[in-house]
Design a protein around this ligand. Structure first.
Ligand code: FES
Length: 214
């Protein structure tokens, strides 16, 4: 099955199957107005709830609601082609990961998110998110646009013997930590982008709107 979900048109049942990281387990994402699942090779394919009026409007930048209530600690939801046609990663981070993000910065090119173009001010912190335990990132490598792969394990990897978890872009070898911060001496010049978003509950966000916006 392709990993490219089809966009839902207005009036359709929610039908945007989003690929999900398979390193831990499969889970379902509840749609906003309905809940559904398609069995594929024994796995559950999640749905993304969206109140945007159409796929065309979403591509133009309409905000998109994402429910990640089934996401477990250490898992990554996505990439979800959810906002302006860009894939979105949603991470659930453990306390250990959060502590590492504050301590492990010497190998990073922009550990303090000083490139303000890459995140809203509300995410200019060590975890690059509004809540330390939830990370929201655009899943596009800042080098030439490949999709970085999620490697949450703290273990030696072929691409890094001291890997602490993060994203690896196999296209040209760029590495990002679990806050989307790019490592030094890799092709990618910038941290992963953080989209504007706001929480509407502990497990639902709207991507494309910032806190306080109308
Ligand atoms: Fe990711 Fe080149 S596109 S390293």
């Amino acid at each position: 099955m392709s990993n490219e979900p089809s966009a839902a048109e207005e009036g359709d049942a929610p039908s945007s199957p989003a690929p999900i990281d398979k390193s831990r387990r499969y889970f379902l994402i509840k749609a906003t107005s309905a809940v559904g699942a398609i069995g594929v090779a024994g796995a559950a394919v999640p749905f993304v709830g969206s109140w945007s009026p159409s796929a065309k409007a979403r591509a133009a930048g309409a905000p998109v609601k994402i429910d990640f209530s089934r996401l477990q600690v250490g898992e990554r939801l996505g990439p979800i082609p959810a906002w302006r046609g860009k894939p979105i990663f949603v991470l659930s981070r453990s306390a250990d990961t959060i502590a590492d993000l504050e301590a492990e910065t010497d190998k990073l090119a922009d550990p303090n998110s000083e490139n303000e173009a890459q995140q809203p001010a509300s995410s200019q912190n060590p975890w690059r998110s509004q809540k330390p335990e939830v990370g929201i990132y655009v899943g596009i490598c800042t080098h030439l646009g490949c999709s970085p792969q999620y490697h949450p394990e703290v273990e030696a990897k072929p691409f890094d013997a001291n890997w602490k978890g993060g994203f690896f872009c196999a296209c040209h070898g760029s590495k990002f930590d679990l806050a989307g911060r790019v490592f030094k001496a890799v092709p990618a010049p910038d941290n992963l982008q953080v989209p504007p978003y706001r929480f509407v509950s502990d497990s639902v966000i709207i991507v494309g709107e910032e806190e306080g916006a109308a």
